[in-house]
Design a protein around this ligand. Sequence first.
Ligand SMILES: *[C@@H]1O[C@H](CO)[C@@H](O)[C@H](O)[C@H]1NC(C)=O
Ligand SMILES: *[C@@H]1O[C@H](CO)[C@@H](O)[C@H](O)[C@H]1NC(C)=O
Ligand SMILES: *[C@@H]1O[C@H](CO)[C@@H](O)[C@H](O)[C@H]1NC(C)=O
Ligand SMILES: *[C@@H]1O[C@H](CO)[C@@H](O)[C@H](O)[C@H]1NC(C)=O
Ligand SMILES: *[C@@H]1O[C@H](CO)[C@@H](O)[C@H](O)[C@H]1NC(C)=O
Length: 453
Amino acid sequence: MHLKIALVFIYILVHLHWSCTVDICQEDDDCKKQDVYDKTVTAIPEKLKDGAEEIFFVNSQIPVIPKGVLSKNPQIKKIEFLGTSTHSVEVGAFEGLPNITIIEISGTNVTSLPVGVFKDLNNLLKLVLKSNKIHSLENGLFDYLKKLQVLHLHMNKISTIEEGTFDNLEELLSLHLAKNNLSSVSTSLFSNLKSLKMFRLYENQLTALPDGIFDNLPDLEEIALQCNQISYIQPNLFPHKSKLTKLYLDNNLLTELQPDLFVETLKITELSLSHNNLTHLPTGVFSPLKKLKKLDLSSNQFSIISANFFEGLEKLTDLNLQNNSIESLKQEDFKKLKSLSTLKLGNNKLQSLPGDVFDSLPKLSKLYLNENPWKCDCNLLPFYEWMKNNKGKIKSKPPEVCELPKNLLNQLIISLTEEQLICLTTSPTTTPLLTSTVPIQMQLTIILFLFIN
Ligand SMILES: *[C@@H]1O[C@H](CO)[C@@H](O)[C@H](O)[C@H]1NC(C)=O
Ligand SMILES: *[C@@H]1O[C@H](CO)[C@@H](O)[C@H](O)[C@H]1NC(C)=O
Ligand SMILES: *[C@@H]1O[C@H](CO)[C@@H](O)[C@H](O)[C@H]1NC(C)=O
Ligand SMILES: *[C@@H]1O[C@H](CO)[C@@H](O)[C@H](O)[C@H]1NC(C)=O
Ligand SMILES: *[C@@H]1O[C@H](CO)[C@@H](O)[C@H](O)[C@H]1NC(C)=O
């Protein structure tokens, strides 16, 4: 996957250069400033194209980037090594380049970078080191990069980052550490990144986040923690939320949410908590999310849903409850969701629904109910009528089919006739069930009374 993306990217780059040099570039100053080397190149030339400010090595055979190799070309502003055979970068590799602002080394076999590699790069704004084989980061490596705004380290094998490694990056806006092998991080590691807007730690092995990790990061706009193994989020983990627009927590092991988790997160429009282990939610947990339009609660462990979960979500248009264990629903559950137009309830445990269950959803236009164990008997009649009258709203593919009774297995509900929806006992099954549960409840009440007294 990564390789493919990298190759497409490389192709675009090379292609751009070709079209540049071949047709457009003759009189274009920008093109004259670029210099691209391909896989036939086996060493970094001492003297590059005259005046070239942007240098690209694409798939070149450059095992080592030696000390001072570029120092005869002090005009360089940008240099990229993409898919080169590089396995090591020497201390001082970029020395003599006072004006360099962008360095990228991606898709190589580099496993570590020694302290000193980025020495004296006082003007560097962007450092991209993605898709390499880096396994650890040493304190001091980024110490000179006082102006750095973007640091991309994703798709490596980083499992340890020494304390202090990011301490001098006070201007950093974007830190991308996704798809590494971090099983824990400390609060102090990030506590000097006071300008940070984007924090990506998704697809690591994190089981928890330390207290206070975001306390010194007041400008965060994106926090991406999805695809870890986080089972608990402490209250007030995100103390600064006024600028937060993206918060990703899906694909973790969350079993509960703190009631105040989203207080002041006014700007979030989409929230996914899918693929967690949630069974219930605190009353009104989403109500601070005044702008929330899409809420994904799919692939959790919900067996019941309550109107309390959705308090304050008058603007919500999309609700995904797919792949839970929901057994029953009532009109009351959705009464707060006045703007809801898409509702996904596929792959749950629904056998039947009341005929009026969606009557409190005036805007509903896309409904998904398939992969539920529908029981096609007389109890389904009211909802069957609703389905017939609202065919245009039901968008499930494949459509809803019966699981019971056996003779109707896999029959399309919508193509049944009323006469097929029968209960075989003399009276509808709900009535005897009700009469038989009442005495049990009464007995329980009596027992409870005995205990309390
Ligand atoms: C670096 O940039 C400055 C300001 O743009 C310029 O005056 C100077 O000539 C550049 N240095 C080199 C070596 O190109
Ligand atoms: C990295 O090393 C492996 C194994 O030696 C090799 O097959 C692969 O081509 C190298 N990658 C690059 C970009 O040279
Ligand atoms: C991830 O790190 C652990 C140690 O924390 C190590 O045992 C494991 O081999 C690493 N996995 C990969 C894919 O590098
Ligand atoms: C989460 O749910 C999965 C699947 O139901 C279960 O196997 C696992 O034990 C649960 N984990 C936790 C931490 O609750
Ligand atoms: C459905 O949820 C279970 C656990 O709750 C998960 O293991 C499974 O991958 C989910 N299925 C899909 C299609 O997402």
